[in-house]
Design a protein around this ligand. Structure first.
Ligand code: MCA
Ligand code: AMP
Length: 503
Protein backbone atom coordinates (compact mmCIF):
# COMPACT_ATOMS: atom_id res chain seq x y z
CA UNK A 1 0.00 0.00 0.00
CA UNK A 2 1.21 3.48 -0.82
CA UNK A 3 1.55 5.31 2.51
CA UNK A 4 2.09 8.66 0.79
CA UNK A 5 -0.09 11.14 2.72
CA UNK A 6 -1.53 12.49 -0.53
CA UNK A 7 -2.69 9.01 -1.56
CA UNK A 8 -4.41 8.65 1.82
CA UNK A 9 -6.09 12.05 1.53
CA UNK A 10 -7.11 11.38 -2.05
CA UNK A 11 -8.78 8.12 -1.08
CA UNK A 12 -11.17 10.27 1.00
CA UNK A 13 -12.03 12.72 -1.79
CA UNK A 14 -15.68 12.68 -2.92
CA UNK A 15 -16.66 10.54 -5.89
CA UNK A 16 -18.09 13.51 -7.69
CA UNK A 17 -15.07 15.40 -9.10
CA UNK A 18 -17.14 18.58 -9.27
CA UNK A 19 -17.68 18.64 -5.49
CA UNK A 20 -16.18 21.85 -4.09
CA UNK A 21 -12.91 21.72 -2.15
CA UNK A 22 -12.07 25.42 -1.84
CA UNK A 23 -14.42 28.40 -1.79
CA UNK A 24 -12.39 31.50 -2.58
CA UNK A 25 -12.93 35.10 -1.42
CA UNK A 26 -14.48 36.08 -4.79
CA UNK A 27 -17.03 33.28 -4.41
CA UNK A 28 -15.48 31.04 -7.07
CA UNK A 29 -14.84 27.40 -6.24
CA UNK A 30 -12.04 24.91 -6.78
CA UNK A 31 -13.41 21.40 -7.13
CA UNK A 32 -11.82 18.22 -5.79
CA UNK A 33 -11.24 17.14 -9.39
CA UNK A 34 -9.38 20.35 -9.99
CA UNK A 35 -7.26 19.87 -6.87
CA UNK A 36 -6.24 16.45 -8.19
CA UNK A 37 -5.38 17.78 -11.64
CA UNK A 38 -3.55 20.86 -10.39
CA UNK A 39 -1.54 19.00 -7.76
CA UNK A 40 -0.60 16.52 -10.54
CA UNK A 41 0.76 19.41 -12.64
CA UNK A 42 2.84 20.73 -9.74
CA UNK A 43 4.15 17.24 -8.98
CA UNK A 44 5.00 16.71 -12.66
CA UNK A 45 6.78 20.05 -12.75
CA UNK A 46 8.89 19.22 -9.69
CA UNK A 47 9.76 15.82 -11.16
CA UNK A 48 10.77 17.48 -14.45
CA UNK A 49 13.09 19.77 -12.51
CA UNK A 50 14.90 16.71 -11.23
CA UNK A 51 13.33 16.72 -7.77
CA UNK A 52 13.88 13.27 -6.31
CA UNK A 53 11.97 11.67 -3.46
CA UNK A 54 13.42 13.07 -0.23
CA UNK A 55 14.55 16.36 -1.81
CA UNK A 56 13.38 19.47 0.02
CA UNK A 57 11.12 22.05 -1.61
CA UNK A 58 11.34 25.32 0.32
CA UNK A 59 8.41 27.71 0.00
CA UNK A 60 7.89 31.27 1.20
CA UNK A 61 4.69 32.60 -0.34
CA UNK A 62 1.32 34.02 0.68
CA UNK A 63 -1.64 31.72 1.13
CA UNK A 64 -3.37 30.95 -2.18
CA UNK A 65 -4.95 27.89 -3.84
CA UNK A 66 -1.74 27.55 -5.87
CA UNK A 67 0.29 27.38 -2.64
CA UNK A 68 -1.93 24.50 -1.57
CA UNK A 69 -1.47 22.76 -4.96
CA UNK A 70 2.27 23.15 -4.47
CA UNK A 71 2.10 21.52 -1.04
CA UNK A 72 0.06 18.61 -2.37
CA UNK A 73 2.21 18.36 -5.51
CA UNK A 74 5.33 18.16 -3.34
CA UNK A 75 3.80 15.26 -1.40
CA UNK A 76 2.85 13.54 -4.65
CA UNK A 77 6.39 13.89 -6.01
CA UNK A 78 7.65 12.23 -2.83
CA UNK A 79 9.58 15.36 -1.89
CA UNK A 80 9.73 17.11 1.48
CA UNK A 81 7.74 20.34 1.94
CA UNK A 82 9.45 23.15 3.82
CA UNK A 83 7.10 26.09 4.43
CA UNK A 84 8.37 29.42 5.77
CA UNK A 85 6.50 32.29 7.40
CA UNK A 86 6.31 35.09 4.83
CA UNK A 87 7.42 37.53 7.53
CA UNK A 88 10.88 35.96 7.64
CA UNK A 89 13.70 38.17 6.43
CA UNK A 90 17.25 37.67 5.09
CA UNK A 91 18.74 36.40 8.34
CA UNK A 92 16.03 33.77 8.79
CA UNK A 93 15.69 32.66 5.14
CA UNK A 94 19.45 32.33 4.79
CA UNK A 95 19.60 29.99 7.75
CA UNK A 96 16.73 27.76 6.58
CA UNK A 97 18.06 27.44 3.02
CA UNK A 98 21.59 26.79 4.25
CA UNK A 99 20.47 24.17 6.74
CA UNK A 100 17.85 22.35 4.66
CA UNK A 101 19.71 22.60 1.30
CA UNK A 102 16.51 22.38 -0.75
CA UNK A 103 16.59 21.62 -4.46
CA UNK A 104 13.82 24.13 -5.16
CA UNK A 105 12.95 27.45 -3.55
CA UNK A 106 9.63 29.11 -4.36
CA UNK A 107 9.49 32.75 -3.30
CA UNK A 108 7.38 35.90 -3.70
CA UNK A 109 8.50 38.18 -6.56
CA UNK A 110 9.04 40.96 -4.00
CA UNK A 111 12.17 39.23 -2.69
CA UNK A 112 13.53 37.98 -6.03
CA UNK A 113 16.95 39.65 -5.74
CA UNK A 114 17.48 38.51 -2.17
CA UNK A 115 16.21 35.02 -3.01
CA UNK A 116 18.64 34.74 -5.94
CA UNK A 117 21.56 35.64 -3.71
CA UNK A 118 20.56 33.29 -0.88
CA UNK A 119 19.58 30.43 -3.20
CA UNK A 120 22.95 30.61 -4.97
CA UNK A 121 24.75 30.57 -1.63
CA UNK A 122 22.80 27.51 -0.45
CA UNK A 123 23.23 25.64 -3.75
CA UNK A 124 19.49 25.66 -4.55
CA UNK A 125 19.12 24.46 -8.14
CA UNK A 126 15.79 26.04 -9.04
CA UNK A 127 14.29 29.35 -7.96
CA UNK A 128 10.66 29.95 -8.94
CA UNK A 129 8.14 32.64 -8.13
CA UNK A 130 4.56 32.58 -6.94
CA UNK A 131 2.90 35.93 -6.35
CA UNK A 132 0.14 36.71 -3.86
CA UNK A 133 -2.52 36.05 -6.50
CA UNK A 134 -1.09 32.64 -7.34
CA UNK A 135 0.65 33.72 -10.56
CA UNK A 136 4.31 33.71 -11.57
CA UNK A 137 6.94 31.44 -13.06
CA UNK A 138 5.93 28.46 -10.90
CA UNK A 139 2.24 28.54 -11.85
CA UNK A 140 3.13 29.21 -15.50
CA UNK A 141 5.51 26.27 -15.69
CA UNK A 142 3.00 24.01 -13.95
CA UNK A 143 0.19 24.96 -16.33
CA UNK A 144 1.91 23.26 -19.28
CA UNK A 145 2.44 19.98 -17.40
CA UNK A 146 0.11 16.97 -17.68
CA UNK A 147 -2.83 16.88 -15.28
CA UNK A 148 -2.25 13.23 -14.37
CA UNK A 149 0.57 12.06 -12.12
CA UNK A 150 1.19 8.73 -10.45
CA UNK A 151 1.74 9.70 -6.80
CA UNK A 152 5.20 8.46 -5.81
CA UNK A 153 5.09 5.47 -3.45
CA UNK A 154 6.32 6.29 0.05
CA UNK A 155 6.54 4.28 3.23
CA UNK A 156 5.15 5.67 6.47
CA UNK A 157 8.66 6.49 7.68
CA UNK A 158 9.61 8.60 4.66
CA UNK A 159 9.68 12.34 5.22
CA UNK A 160 6.79 14.47 4.06
CA UNK A 161 7.64 17.83 5.64
CA UNK A 162 10.37 19.74 7.39
CA UNK A 163 9.08 22.47 9.71
CA UNK A 164 11.50 24.72 11.55
CA UNK A 165 10.87 25.46 15.19
CA UNK A 166 13.01 27.99 16.97
CA UNK A 167 15.33 26.64 19.59
CA UNK A 168 16.27 27.73 23.09
CA UNK A 169 19.85 27.86 21.86
CA UNK A 170 18.81 30.44 19.28
CA UNK A 171 19.36 27.99 16.42
CA UNK A 172 16.21 26.79 14.70
CA UNK A 173 15.73 23.06 14.37
CA UNK A 174 14.02 21.37 11.44
CA UNK A 175 11.39 18.93 12.73
CA UNK A 176 11.26 15.97 10.32
CA UNK A 177 7.66 14.84 9.90
CA UNK A 178 6.92 11.61 8.09
CA UNK A 179 3.92 10.59 6.04
CA UNK A 180 2.82 8.39 8.96
CA UNK A 181 3.23 11.22 11.49
CA UNK A 182 0.90 13.44 9.51
CA UNK A 183 -1.56 10.78 8.33
CA UNK A 184 -2.05 9.24 11.77
CA UNK A 185 -2.85 12.62 13.33
CA UNK A 186 -5.15 13.64 10.49
CA UNK A 187 -7.17 10.42 10.81
CA UNK A 188 -7.48 10.77 14.58
CA UNK A 189 -8.54 14.43 14.50
CA UNK A 190 -11.01 13.86 11.69
CA UNK A 191 -12.74 11.18 13.76
CA UNK A 192 -12.35 12.76 17.21
CA UNK A 193 -13.84 16.08 16.16
CA UNK A 194 -16.77 14.38 14.41
CA UNK A 195 -16.16 15.63 10.87
CA UNK A 196 -19.18 14.70 8.76
CA UNK A 197 -20.90 15.21 5.47
CA UNK A 198 -22.20 18.76 5.16
CA UNK A 199 -19.29 20.31 7.06
CA UNK A 200 -17.78 23.55 5.81
CA UNK A 201 -14.55 24.71 7.44
CA UNK A 202 -13.78 28.40 7.74
CA UNK A 203 -10.01 28.39 7.06
CA UNK A 204 -8.36 31.70 7.96
CA UNK A 205 -5.06 30.44 9.37
CA UNK A 206 -1.74 30.83 7.58
CA UNK A 207 -0.51 27.67 5.84
CA UNK A 208 3.12 27.77 6.91
CA UNK A 209 2.54 26.19 10.35
CA UNK A 210 1.09 23.00 11.70
CA UNK A 211 -2.23 24.57 12.69
CA UNK A 212 -3.29 25.87 9.27
CA UNK A 213 -1.34 23.56 6.97
CA UNK A 214 -1.94 20.24 8.67
CA UNK A 215 -4.62 20.34 11.37
CA UNK A 216 -7.17 22.44 9.49
CA UNK A 217 -6.42 21.49 5.88
CA UNK A 218 -6.05 17.75 6.44
CA UNK A 219 -9.31 17.50 8.42
CA UNK A 220 -11.21 19.16 5.60
CA UNK A 221 -9.53 17.19 2.78
CA UNK A 222 -9.98 13.94 4.67
CA UNK A 223 -13.64 14.82 5.04
CA UNK A 224 -13.94 15.53 1.31
CA UNK A 225 -15.87 18.67 2.18
CA UNK A 226 -15.40 22.34 1.22
CA UNK A 227 -13.49 25.03 3.09
CA UNK A 228 -13.69 28.79 2.82
CA UNK A 229 -10.04 29.40 1.95
CA UNK A 230 -9.31 32.94 3.11
CA UNK A 231 -5.88 34.60 2.68
CA UNK A 232 -5.72 35.63 6.36
CA UNK A 233 -7.72 36.17 9.50
CA UNK A 234 -9.95 39.22 9.28
CA UNK A 235 -12.82 39.83 11.71
CA UNK A 236 -15.25 41.31 9.20
CA UNK A 237 -14.65 38.46 6.74
CA UNK A 238 -15.18 35.97 9.56
CA UNK A 239 -18.50 37.62 10.46
CA UNK A 240 -19.57 37.43 6.81
CA UNK A 241 -18.67 33.75 6.39
CA UNK A 242 -19.56 32.21 9.76
CA UNK A 243 -23.27 31.88 8.86
CA UNK A 244 -22.28 29.55 5.99
CA UNK A 245 -19.65 27.55 7.91
CA UNK A 246 -19.89 24.71 10.41
CA UNK A 247 -16.35 24.48 11.83
CA UNK A 248 -13.83 27.18 12.75
CA UNK A 249 -10.25 26.79 13.94
CA UNK A 250 -8.15 29.59 15.32
CA UNK A 251 -5.51 30.78 17.73
CA UNK A 252 -6.82 32.57 20.87
CA UNK A 253 -6.20 36.01 19.29
CA UNK A 254 -8.90 35.23 16.69
CA UNK A 255 -11.45 34.61 19.46
CA UNK A 256 -10.38 37.73 21.35
CA UNK A 257 -10.82 39.80 18.18
CA UNK A 258 -14.22 38.27 17.36
CA UNK A 259 -15.46 39.05 20.86
CA UNK A 260 -14.13 42.60 20.64
CA UNK A 261 -16.42 43.25 17.65
CA UNK A 262 -19.95 44.33 18.63
CA UNK A 263 -21.29 42.83 15.38
CA UNK A 264 -20.24 39.35 16.48
CA UNK A 265 -23.64 37.99 17.49
CA UNK A 266 -25.11 34.61 18.39
CA UNK A 267 -27.30 34.55 15.24
CA UNK A 268 -24.21 34.44 13.01
CA UNK A 269 -23.25 31.12 14.55
CA UNK A 270 -26.53 29.26 14.13
CA UNK A 271 -25.08 26.98 11.43
CA UNK A 272 -21.89 26.29 13.41
CA UNK A 273 -21.09 22.90 14.85
CA UNK A 274 -17.64 23.45 16.38
CA UNK A 275 -15.18 26.16 17.41
CA UNK A 276 -11.63 24.91 18.06
CA UNK A 277 -8.77 26.86 19.66
CA UNK A 278 -5.09 26.07 20.04
CA UNK A 279 -1.42 27.06 19.54
CA UNK A 280 -1.44 29.19 22.70
CA UNK A 281 -3.35 29.21 25.99
CA UNK A 282 -6.98 30.30 25.70
CA UNK A 283 -7.77 32.50 28.69
CA UNK A 284 -10.64 31.17 30.80
CA UNK A 285 -12.24 34.63 30.50
CA UNK A 286 -12.28 34.31 26.70
CA UNK A 287 -13.68 30.77 27.00
CA UNK A 288 -16.44 31.98 29.36
CA UNK A 289 -17.27 35.14 27.43
CA UNK A 290 -17.54 33.18 24.18
CA UNK A 291 -20.02 30.81 25.79
CA UNK A 292 -22.15 33.63 27.15
CA UNK A 293 -22.11 35.52 23.88
CA UNK A 294 -22.72 32.63 21.46
CA UNK A 295 -23.88 29.66 23.50
CA UNK A 296 -20.91 27.68 22.13
CA UNK A 297 -18.20 25.99 24.21
CA UNK A 298 -14.84 26.38 22.50
CA UNK A 299 -12.95 23.10 22.21
CA UNK A 300 -9.33 23.65 23.22
CA UNK A 301 -6.61 21.29 22.09
CA UNK A 302 -2.84 21.20 22.48
CA UNK A 303 0.02 20.24 20.23
CA UNK A 304 3.41 21.07 18.89
CA UNK A 305 5.26 21.13 15.58
CA UNK A 306 7.16 18.01 16.63
CA UNK A 307 4.03 15.86 16.63
CA UNK A 308 1.00 17.86 15.55
CA UNK A 309 -1.84 17.38 18.03
CA UNK A 310 -1.36 15.64 21.38
CA UNK A 311 -4.52 16.29 23.41
CA UNK A 312 -8.03 17.56 22.89
CA UNK A 313 -11.06 18.37 24.94
CA UNK A 314 -13.82 15.91 24.09
CA UNK A 315 -16.25 16.47 21.27
CA UNK A 316 -19.13 14.84 23.09
CA UNK A 317 -18.16 15.13 26.75
CA UNK A 318 -17.58 18.20 28.89
CA UNK A 319 -15.14 20.76 27.44
CA UNK A 320 -13.35 22.39 30.34
CA UNK A 321 -11.91 25.87 30.08
CA UNK A 322 -8.31 26.20 31.20
CA UNK A 323 -7.60 22.59 30.22
CA UNK A 324 -6.47 20.97 26.98
CA UNK A 325 -8.49 17.82 27.57
CA UNK A 326 -7.32 14.23 27.18
CA UNK A 327 -4.60 12.47 25.18
CA UNK A 328 -5.86 11.80 21.66
CA UNK A 329 -6.48 8.15 20.76
CA UNK A 330 -3.16 6.49 19.97
CA UNK A 331 -1.17 9.19 21.78
CA UNK A 332 0.44 8.39 25.15
CA UNK A 333 1.03 11.29 27.49
CA UNK A 334 3.12 11.14 30.62
CA UNK A 335 3.29 13.97 33.12
CA UNK A 336 6.78 13.17 34.31
CA UNK A 337 8.70 13.97 37.46
CA UNK A 338 12.41 14.80 37.38
CA UNK A 339 13.26 11.07 37.01
CA UNK A 340 10.85 10.66 34.07
CA UNK A 341 8.43 8.69 36.26
CA UNK A 342 4.68 9.38 36.03
CA UNK A 343 3.72 12.16 38.42
CA UNK A 344 0.80 11.82 40.84
CA UNK A 345 -2.64 13.21 39.97
CA UNK A 346 -2.53 16.98 40.48
CA UNK A 347 1.27 17.08 40.58
CA UNK A 348 3.04 19.35 38.10
CA UNK A 349 5.55 17.72 35.78
CA UNK A 350 6.94 17.87 32.28
CA UNK A 351 4.59 16.73 29.54
CA UNK A 352 6.09 13.86 27.55
CA UNK A 353 4.51 12.30 24.48
CA UNK A 354 4.75 9.10 22.44
CA UNK A 355 2.80 7.92 19.41
CA UNK A 356 2.76 7.54 15.64
CA UNK A 357 2.41 11.31 15.42
CA UNK A 358 5.78 12.05 17.02
CA UNK A 359 8.39 13.32 14.57
CA UNK A 360 11.45 11.47 13.31
CA UNK A 361 13.95 13.84 14.87
CA UNK A 362 15.63 17.15 14.12
CA UNK A 363 17.15 17.55 10.67
CA UNK A 364 20.88 16.87 10.78
CA UNK A 365 20.93 17.15 14.59
CA UNK A 366 21.19 13.59 15.93
CA UNK A 367 22.64 14.80 19.25
CA UNK A 368 19.84 17.29 19.84
CA UNK A 369 17.29 14.65 18.86
CA UNK A 370 18.69 12.18 21.41
CA UNK A 371 18.55 14.83 24.14
CA UNK A 372 14.86 15.48 23.51
CA UNK A 373 13.78 11.86 23.97
CA UNK A 374 13.74 9.78 27.17
CA UNK A 375 15.37 6.36 27.27
CA UNK A 376 11.92 4.78 26.89
CA UNK A 377 11.07 6.77 23.77
CA UNK A 378 8.95 9.67 25.04
CA UNK A 379 9.43 13.10 23.46
CA UNK A 380 10.09 15.83 26.04
CA UNK A 381 7.85 18.75 25.11
CA UNK A 382 9.31 21.33 27.49
CA UNK A 383 5.74 22.18 28.56
CA UNK A 384 4.81 21.76 32.21
CA UNK A 385 1.39 20.38 33.06
CA UNK A 386 -0.79 18.39 35.41
CA UNK A 387 -3.64 15.96 35.18
CA UNK A 388 -6.74 16.14 37.38
CA UNK A 389 -8.78 13.26 38.85
CA UNK A 390 -10.91 12.95 35.72
CA UNK A 391 -7.87 12.94 33.47
CA UNK A 392 -8.12 16.48 32.07
CA UNK A 393 -4.66 17.90 31.38
CA UNK A 394 -3.80 21.55 32.00
CA UNK A 395 -0.70 23.34 30.85
CA UNK A 396 0.84 25.20 33.74
CA UNK A 397 3.84 26.77 32.08
CA UNK A 398 6.89 26.05 30.02
CA UNK A 399 10.33 24.95 31.04
CA UNK A 400 11.55 26.29 27.69
CA UNK A 401 12.11 30.01 27.38
CA UNK A 402 9.38 30.68 24.83
CA UNK A 403 6.98 33.54 24.14
CA UNK A 404 3.80 32.87 22.14
CA UNK A 405 2.51 36.05 20.51
CA UNK A 406 -0.69 35.79 18.49
CA UNK A 407 -0.03 32.06 18.10
CA UNK A 408 3.49 32.60 16.77
CA UNK A 409 6.51 31.41 18.73
CA UNK A 410 9.30 33.76 19.64
CA UNK A 411 12.49 32.50 21.24
CA UNK A 412 14.10 35.23 23.37
CA UNK A 413 17.65 33.99 22.78
CA UNK A 414 17.57 34.87 19.07
CA UNK A 415 16.57 38.47 19.85
CA UNK A 416 18.85 38.84 22.88
CA UNK A 417 21.87 37.83 20.80
CA UNK A 418 21.06 40.53 18.26
CA UNK A 419 20.48 43.26 20.82
CA UNK A 420 23.64 42.30 22.72
CA UNK A 421 25.67 42.77 19.54
CA UNK A 422 24.41 46.35 19.06
CA UNK A 423 26.63 49.34 19.87
CA UNK A 424 26.18 50.76 23.36
CA UNK A 425 24.48 47.62 24.71
CA UNK A 426 25.99 45.65 27.60
CA UNK A 427 23.35 42.93 27.86
CA UNK A 428 19.65 42.28 27.44
CA UNK A 429 16.76 40.03 28.41
CA UNK A 430 13.71 39.41 26.25
CA UNK A 431 10.48 38.15 27.79
CA UNK A 432 6.71 38.10 27.33
CA UNK A 433 4.11 40.14 29.19
CA UNK A 434 0.33 39.63 29.06
CA UNK A 435 -1.26 41.35 26.07
CA UNK A 436 -5.01 41.57 25.46
CA UNK A 437 -4.80 40.94 21.70
CA UNK A 438 -1.72 38.75 21.20
CA UNK A 439 -1.93 36.87 24.52
CA UNK A 440 1.70 37.72 25.14
CA UNK A 441 3.73 40.65 23.86
CA UNK A 442 7.50 40.61 23.35
CA UNK A 443 9.39 43.08 25.60
CA UNK A 444 13.14 43.74 25.93
CA UNK A 445 14.99 44.95 29.01
CA UNK A 446 18.38 46.37 28.07
CA UNK A 447 21.40 47.30 30.16
CA UNK A 448 23.51 49.96 28.48
CA UNK A 449 27.30 49.88 28.41
CA UNK A 450 28.77 52.01 31.20
CA UNK A 451 31.19 53.88 28.95
CA UNK A 452 30.08 53.40 25.35
CA UNK A 453 32.45 54.40 22.53
CA UNK A 454 29.69 56.19 20.67
CA UNK A 455 26.18 57.31 21.54
CA UNK A 456 24.14 55.46 24.14
CA UNK A 457 21.76 52.81 22.78
CA UNK A 458 18.22 54.10 22.23
CA UNK A 459 14.87 52.33 21.88
CA UNK A 460 14.40 53.75 18.37
CA UNK A 461 17.78 52.47 17.16
CA UNK A 462 17.32 49.03 18.65
CA UNK A 463 13.85 48.61 17.18
CA UNK A 464 14.93 49.94 13.80
CA UNK A 465 17.83 47.50 13.57
CA UNK A 466 15.67 44.56 14.65
CA UNK A 467 12.89 45.47 12.19
CA UNK A 468 15.39 45.34 9.35
CA UNK A 469 16.63 41.92 10.37
CA UNK A 470 13.89 39.85 11.95
CA UNK A 471 10.32 38.86 11.14
CA UNK A 472 8.17 41.70 12.49
CA UNK A 473 6.23 39.61 15.00
CA UNK A 474 9.49 38.90 16.85
CA UNK A 475 10.37 42.59 17.26
CA UNK A 476 9.77 43.77 20.86
CA UNK A 477 6.76 46.04 21.29
CA UNK A 478 8.81 48.04 23.85
CA UNK A 479 12.41 48.36 25.00
CA UNK A 480 13.03 49.31 28.64
CA UNK A 481 16.44 50.40 29.92
CA UNK A 482 17.48 49.18 33.35
CA UNK A 483 20.68 49.37 35.42
CA UNK A 484 21.19 45.64 35.75
CA UNK A 485 19.35 42.39 35.03
CA UNK A 486 17.88 40.67 38.08
CA UNK A 487 19.72 37.36 38.64
CA UNK A 488 19.32 34.47 41.05
CA UNK A 489 22.13 32.97 43.12
CA UNK A 490 23.09 30.76 40.16
CA UNK A 491 23.53 33.85 37.99
CA UNK A 492 20.45 33.03 35.88
CA UNK A 493 18.36 36.00 34.72
CA UNK A 494 15.05 36.06 36.61
CA UNK A 495 12.62 36.72 33.79
CA UNK A 496 9.66 36.34 36.14
CA UNK A 497 10.92 39.41 38.04
CA UNK A 498 11.14 41.35 34.77
CA UNK A 499 7.71 40.11 33.69
CA UNK A 500 6.17 41.36 36.95
CA UNK A 501 8.00 44.67 36.73
CA UNK A 502 6.95 45.45 33.16
CA UNK A 503 3.57 43.65 32.92
C1 MCA B 1 1.43 40.40 13.30
N1 MCA B 1 2.07 41.23 14.15
C2 MCA B 1 2.30 40.59 15.29
C3 MCA B 1 1.77 39.29 15.11
N2 MCA B 1 1.24 39.20 13.86
N3 MCA B 1 2.89 40.97 16.43
C4 MCA B 1 2.98 40.08 17.40
N4 MCA B 1 2.50 38.81 17.31
C5 MCA B 1 1.89 38.39 16.17
N5 MCA B 1 1.43 37.14 16.03
C6 MCA B 1 2.45 42.61 13.95
C7 MCA B 1 3.02 42.87 12.60
O1 MCA B 1 4.40 42.67 12.62
C8 MCA B 1 2.67 44.32 12.38
O2 MCA B 1 3.55 45.13 13.11
C9 MCA B 1 1.30 44.41 13.02
O3 MCA B 1 1.26 43.38 14.01
C10 MCA B 1 0.16 44.20 12.05
O4 MCA B 1 0.47 43.11 11.18
P1 MCA B 1 -0.64 42.28 10.43
O5 MCA B 1 0.01 41.30 9.54
O6 MCA B 1 -1.67 43.21 9.86
O7 MCA B 1 -1.28 41.50 11.62
P2 MCA B 1 -2.55 40.64 11.60
O8 MCA B 1 -2.98 40.33 10.21
O9 MCA B 1 -3.55 41.27 12.50
O10 MCA B 1 -2.01 39.25 12.19
C11 MCA B 1 -2.11 38.89 13.50
C12 MCA B 1 -2.63 37.46 13.56
C13 MCA B 1 -1.61 36.55 12.84
C14 MCA B 1 -3.99 37.36 12.85
C15 MCA B 1 -2.80 37.08 15.02
O11 MCA B 1 -0.34 36.72 13.45
C16 MCA B 1 -2.00 35.12 12.83
O12 MCA B 1 -2.80 34.70 12.00
N6 MCA B 1 -1.46 34.31 13.75
C17 MCA B 1 -1.69 32.86 13.78
C18 MCA B 1 -0.38 32.16 13.72
C19 MCA B 1 -0.53 30.64 13.64
O13 MCA B 1 -1.06 30.09 12.68
N7 MCA B 1 -0.03 29.93 14.65
C20 MCA B 1 -0.08 28.47 14.70
C21 MCA B 1 1.32 27.91 14.81
P3 MCA B 1 4.06 46.55 12.58
O14 MCA B 1 2.83 47.39 12.59
O15 MCA B 1 5.09 46.94 13.57
O16 MCA B 1 4.61 46.31 11.23
S1 MCA B 1 1.27 26.11 14.88
C22 MCA B 1 1.44 25.82 16.55
O17 MCA B 1 1.71 26.70 17.29
C23 MCA B 1 1.17 24.49 17.19
C24 MCA B 1 1.65 23.29 16.54
C25 MCA B 1 -0.29 24.35 17.50
O18 MCA B 1 -0.59 23.87 18.62
O19 MCA B 1 -1.11 24.74 16.65
P1 AMP C 1 5.21 25.26 18.08
O1 AMP C 1 6.63 25.17 18.54
O2 AMP C 1 4.90 26.37 17.15
O3 AMP C 1 4.83 23.96 17.57
O4 AMP C 1 4.34 25.57 19.36
C1 AMP C 1 4.06 24.56 20.27
C2 AMP C 1 3.85 25.14 21.64
O5 AMP C 1 2.64 25.90 21.66
C3 AMP C 1 3.64 24.06 22.67
O6 AMP C 1 4.85 23.49 23.11
C4 AMP C 1 2.90 24.82 23.75
O7 AMP C 1 3.81 25.51 24.57
C5 AMP C 1 2.07 25.81 22.94
N1 AMP C 1 0.65 25.42 22.82
C6 AMP C 1 0.01 24.82 21.79
N2 AMP C 1 -1.31 24.65 22.07
C7 AMP C 1 -1.50 25.16 23.31
C8 AMP C 1 -2.62 25.29 24.16
N3 AMP C 1 -3.84 24.90 23.80
N4 AMP C 1 -2.43 25.86 25.38
C9 AMP C 1 -1.22 26.27 25.77
N5 AMP C 1 -0.11 26.19 25.00
C10 AMP C 1 -0.25 25.64 23.79
Amino acid sequence: MNENLYAILQSCFPENPDAPCLILPDGSQVSYGSVQRESARYAALLASLGVQPGDRVAVQVKKSPQALFLYLGTLRAGAVYLPMNDAYQRHEIEYFLGDATPRVFVCRPQIRALAEELAAKAGVTHLLELDDDGRGSLAEAASSRPDQFATVARTGEDLAALLYTSGTTGRSKGAMLSHRNLASNAKVLHRYWGFRSGDVLLHMLPIFHVHGLFVATHCSLMNGSPMFFEPKFDVKRALALLPRATVFMGVPTYYVRLLADPDFKRELCSNMRLFISGSAPLLTETFAEFKTRTGYTILERYGMTEGNMFTSNPYDGERRGGTVGFPLPGVSIRIADAENRPAEVGEIGQIQVKGDNIFRGYWRMPEKTREEFTADGFFKTGDMGKRDKEGYISIIGRSKDLIISGGLNVYPKEIEEMIDAMPGVFESAVFGVPHTDFGEAVIAAVVRQKNPNGAAASETDILKTLKGTLANFKVPKRVHFIDELPRNSMGKVQKNVLRNQFA
